[in-house]
Design a protein around this ligand. Structure first.
Ligand SMILES: [Zn+2]
Ligand SMILES: [Zn+2]
Length: 416
């Protein structure tokens, strides 16, 4: 099948449906919900020059954003991937969110034992448009808008067979060395790892499905029952999404904890019933005042750490109730001082959480589609592909919640 121009394809589909994505249908801006961000190019003169240099023809380029070594990036025109299996589809990438891990690779060139030795394309939180389908694909058609699940397990090992494919040791995960990521023009993927977005869900929101799936997996690990009380440590994108998912799962009291007031305001708008601004005090002291101020009495049914910060993890064990559940979702230092006595004496159930498994992406799409999780509120700005590095700098500065990069095949219409 010939390669289809994704922008043209979506424009055609938009004739009969309310096209919400900005790139292909400037004339329908009034349909964009208030949750969509205003474009913020936020670039200086140098970056504009940079942008001119890398201007591409939408729908044709496989220009990729490549990390060579820390703080050294380049744009490389790579061959458009070919479908390697009959169940694969080719997706034109429209939007990609920047994750903390992408920023970490850009900044340090490694995360733990994953070291960027050869130039690597960054990005793994993407949404795009299907432009080609393999012979055996029945679930998708060219023109379908999809969120990408960016890790492909072997499907044969013990973990895969047991339904824990996120723990597959053979998994090929985007932008985890040595594998390239999704900040590129076209991406080939198994059809069952591409999740069709309903027509009313803007394509930009599709880039938020990946972090939402992370939150879904974490909250599932907390085994929340209706009416439960949940405390979420950390109000970064995943922490805030955990708050929203916990509410969607039936928790009646959800406390968001952070050191930045603005993040707590956002958490409140996403469903937190209470917030707690961490104080410069001991973990035990912070836990005590949190429980008092939030009326949590003997402790929370479940505590989720979405920060990876040692003091938060320590406070979590003092916040959780006797017999409660603690889930470690955030990744920080690999070794910390852990209040093991509190865990032992309270018979706390402690679980880890890593990426996402069966059903998590599907549920994430449903939570967005039915309005349970307003992911659009997390988007700080959408920048053109040519200013990708600017987006990384802004993401690192800490004043952004979620930066989105429009793919090389997406046209951003300024002033929309
Ligand atoms: Zn991510
Ligand atoms: Zn496997």
């Amino acid at each position: 099948m010939a390669l289809v121009n994704p922008t043209q394809l979506r424009a055609e589909k938009a004739k009969n449906t309310q096209e919400l994505s900005i790139g292909s249908a400037k004339q329908t801006c009034e349909n964009v919900t208030s949750d969509l961000p205003k474009h913020d190019y936020g670039c200086d003169a140098n970056e504009v020059a940079h942008s001119e240099k890398y201007r591409v023809t939408p729908g044709t380029s496989n220009l990729s954003f490549v990390l060579n070594e820390p703080h050294s990036v380049s744009y490389v025109e790579r061959p458009v991937p070919k479908l390697s299996a009959p169940h694969d589809v080719l997706v034109a990438i429209n939007y990609t969110g920047i994750c903390g891990s992408d920023v970490h690779y850009w900044d340090h060139g490694a995360i733990g034992h994953f070291v960027v030795k050869d130039p690597m394309v960054l990005g793994h939180e993407s949404a795009g448009t299907v432009v080609q389908v393999g012979n055996a694909v029945t679930s998708l058609l060219p023109g379908d808008r999809v969120a990408l699940e960016p890790g492909y397990p072997c499907r044969h090992c013990e973990e895969c067979s047991a339904g824990r494919y996120n723990l597959c040791s053979e998994i090929v995960f985007a932008a985890t060395p040595p594998h390239h990521g999704t900040l590129t023009g076209f991406w080939a993927a198994p059809a069952d790892f591409c999740y069709k977005l309903p027509e009313h869900v803007p394509l930009q929101w599709g880039a938020l499905v990946e972090p939402l799936a992370v939150a879904v997996h974490i909250v599932k690990q907390a085994r929340i029952s209706p009416g439960a009380s949940v405390v979420v440590m950390g109000a970064g994108p995943v922490g805030i999404l955990c708050v929203a998912v916990a509410r969607a799962f039936g928790a009646s009291k959800v406390v968001s904890v952070d050191i930045i007031e603005a993040r707590l305001d956002l958490a409140r708008s996403m469903g937190a019933t209470h917030t707690y601004l961490s104080q410069k005090a001991s973990a035990e002291q912070n836990a005590k005042s949190l429980l008092e101020r939030c009326g949590l009495g003997r402790g929370a049914d479940a505590v989720i750490d979405a920060s990876g910060a040692e003091p938060s993890i320590q406070a979590s064990l003092h916040v959780v109730k006797v017999g409660g559940t603690f889930v470690q979702g955030g990744m920080g230092k690999s070794d910390i001082t852990f209040p093991i006595m509190a865990m032992c004496q309270k018979e706390v159930t402690a679980r880890g959480s890593f990426r996402y498994g069966p059903g998590d992406f599907k549920l994430a799409v449903e939570l967005i589609a039915n309005g349970s999780v307003a992911v659009g509120r997390l988007i700080t700005a959408v920048v053109p592909f040519a200013e990708a590095e600017h987006a990384f700098r802004r993401a690192k500065s800490g004043d952004a919640v979620k930066m989105i990069i429009a793919g090389p095949n997406e046209v951003l219409s300024a002033g929309c």
